[in-house]
Design a protein. Structure first.
Length: 630
């Protein structure tokens, strides 16, 4: 047996390099066409395209030509539909709807007047398409005549936001999810059922509409008609957890199916993200269940009223973007584990899986990767917080003593760190760092009450949970109390700065990517989706103006004593470059050690391989400077 080399924590050589970490593909939105062939969206560092795999072993083809494919509402998703023999997709550059034949040829521009479009859905007869569009202020559901390439007009514009448009199999009924300011979709939203007017030339109006689920204080999402047209399923958190429900279109009876205290959906940050689907014969529903950051595949038998887990033949711990074939009981998903990069798979009802597409061309031994422990702890207010702890892992090296800790804070206050493949975490654990991924109060995955507990407390509760989580790992003897670091992006970057402001000297340094530092400036021209999010997270403005200032670290940079590494994209429309410039100016004025790197062509979330590799190189070098007792 090969002996391990003794090297200090944080300095282990690793096969996980900046280059191979940055080269991963991004795969999302698997979907099936009418023949049972699998399509998906794939993005490398230069282009996003629609791919198709003719069979389980064939090389994937490109169906979208040289177009940049991507829905442009919310934070993405809802890019295409290929369910009826052809293909329609959103061209991200023009915002228009494009069609192609089933071979990825004969491209035609279907629209001229869309602005920010997403989630096209082709009608059962293949003649029309539903689509969501927004001009930045007015959102609506629109109909497109596919045969004559013309826009039939808006069919509903009564809500501020839309998601999950769906056709009934007979083509006369529609369903969709909507919500209104000042709410976010995970606080209050609605499911609607609409009837189209009969017309020989195509309809652009609703004859009637009815709210099926949701309302004040209830979050609902993903309506789906059963293939036989009898049911409309949806997900609701009215019980305290996102559970699966069934609405009988004939009797109008509503039935809650699942009742396990677990989440059966993810927050609607994206368009058209699927977490369940009907079998082709409408007898079963395949769904995903999230418990403590692990997500598994289940089936609900509608005749027997029972559920059963489908045990997959590979040890995946996270599943996403579920899509069920219309021709047989095959399920497509993006599957990963903490020690296995994401891949597109198909699974049958017996749990047998096959790999359709890998996201990484680099094959590393799984024992290089760290596996997490789901942990919880009491913060200073005796409130339970949650997270995932990753110990250092590298089969070639060991160290004496306790490892340094990097606390990684997720972006988007409502997101969740889960047991999927986390390249950033594995990069550092393979070098001898321990990592704590904190799911502070407000994170999803632990029910509505936990998710709602950040209300009015952003910049306070998240800081308390991250600090107490770091100290908890040291108290347990898992990490070195004198070598703790913070790393966060976007809202997670805000938490980093707020922690450094409120608790100087506890952490050796902080690393931020496109961090929020001045809430008041972000109120000037907010994106529509998050325009009133801060009202919920902090308080209504201007009544809560003092809280906005108190939780803006740029005004308290004189309290920061610890070094900071700052990354920013020059094309970021969510957290503009000026936010980074403000904090850098304040750090400079107060003599705080810092490094600042601007990537002029990057936006909110770095995508270019060169940028990502540079981030890893610079972050590793920065952290090593401040490790004590090296």
């Amino acid at each position: 047996m090969k002996s391990k080399k003794d090297l200090p924590f944080g300095f282990w050589p690793s096969p996980i390099t900046p280059g191979n970490t940055a080269s991963h593909l991004s795969i999302s939105e698997p979907a099936w066409n009418h023949e049972g062939k699998l399509l998906w969206r794939e993005r490398d560092s230069s282009r996003a395209s629609i791919r198709i795999s003719a069979d389980e072993t064939g090389a994937p083809g490109i169906l979208s030509g040289s177009y940049q494919v991507g829905g442009s509402l919310l934070y993405g998703g809802g890019s295409f539909d290929g369910s009826r023999g052809g293909l329609v997709f959103v061209d991200r550059l023009s915002g228009q709807l494009i069609s192609a034949d089933q071979n990825g040829e004969a491209f035609q521009t279907l629209t001229q007047h869309l602005h920010q479009a997403a989630s096209p859905k082709i009608s059962p007869d293949g003649k029309r398409a539903l689509i969501i569009d927004s001009d930045g202020e007015q959102d609506g559901l629109y109909l497109i005549d596919l045969e004559n390439r013309r826009e039939l007009g808006q069919i509903d514009g009564s809500a501020d936001f839309y998601n999950y448009p769906r056709w009934h199999p007979q083509g006369t009924l529609l369903a969709w999810m909507s919500w209104n300011h000042p709410h976010m979709p995970w606080t209050t939203s609605e499911i609607w059922l609409g009837m189209l007017e009969a017309s020989s030339t195509g309809s652009s109006k609703l004859a009637a509409r009815e709210r099926i689920a949701g309302g004040e204080g209830i979050s609902v999402l993903q309506p789906e008609f059963s293939p036989n047209g009898r049911f409309l399923a949806y997900i609701s958190d009215q019980s305290g957890w996102w559970q699966l429900y069934l609405y009988d279109l004939t009797s109008q009876d509503r039935t809650q199916l699942t009742d396990t205290p677990a989440e059966h959906a993810l927050p609607a940050w994206l368009q058209d993200r699927g977490s369940y689907g009907f079998s082709p014969d409408s007898q079963r529903i395949y769904f995903l269940r999230n418990q403590n950051g692990l997500r598994s595949l289940w089936t609900w038998d509608l005749k027997l009223g029972t559920e059963e887990q489908i045990i997959l033949d590979e040890s995946y711990t996270w599943l996403d973007w579920l899509a069920v074939s219309p021709t047989r009981d095959d399920i497509a998903m993006i599957a990963s584990a903490s020690d296995l990069p994401p891949r597109l798979i198909r699974a049958n009802s017996d749990g047998k899986t096959s790999i359709i597409r890998e996201t990484s061309s680099v094959r590393l031994s799984r024992n290089v990767f760290s596996k997490p422990r789901s942990i919880s702890w009491q913060n200073s207010s005796k409130i339970t917080a949650r997270g995932l702890f990753y110990p250092p892992s590298n089969p070639g090296f060991h160290s004496s003593g306790k490892p340094p800790l990097i606390v990684i804070i997720h972006s988007g206050p409502t997101r969740q760190k889960a047991a999927d493949f986390q390249p950033r975490t594995q990069y550092f654990t393979s070098r001898g760092f321990a990592v704590l991924e904190v799911n502070y109060r407000g994170s999803s995955g632990y029910g509505r009450r936990y998710r709602q507990s950040l209300a009015g407390e952003w910049g306070v509760a998240d800081v308390e949970d991250c600090l107490s989580g770091a100290l908890f790992t040291a108290e347990q003897g898992w990490t070195d109390r004198e070598n703790m670091f913070l790393l966060g992006s976007s809202s997670g970057g805000l938490t980093v700065f707020q922690t450094l402001v409120r608790h100087p000297g506890v952490f050796r340094a902080g690393i931020t990517l496109y961090a929020v530092v001045n809430h008041l400036d972000l109120l000037n021209d907010p994106l529509k989706f998050e325009r009133y999010y801060s009202d919920w997270l902090i308080g209504p403005y201007p009544e809560s103006k003092d809280q906005y200032r108190d939780r803006s670290p740029v005004f308290f940079a004189d309290k920061i004593k610890d070094p900071v590494l700052v990354f920013q994209g020059g094309q970021d429309s969510v957290v503009p470059q000026d936010q980074a410039e403000q904090i850098i100016k304040a750090l400079d004025a107060n003599g705080v050690p810092y490094e600042y790197y601007l990537y002029p062509e990057e936006g909110h979330g770095f995508k270019q391989a060169e940028t990502i590799a540079d981030f890893y190189n610079k972050t590793e070098q920065f952290i090593r400077q401040f490790l004590s007792d090296r």
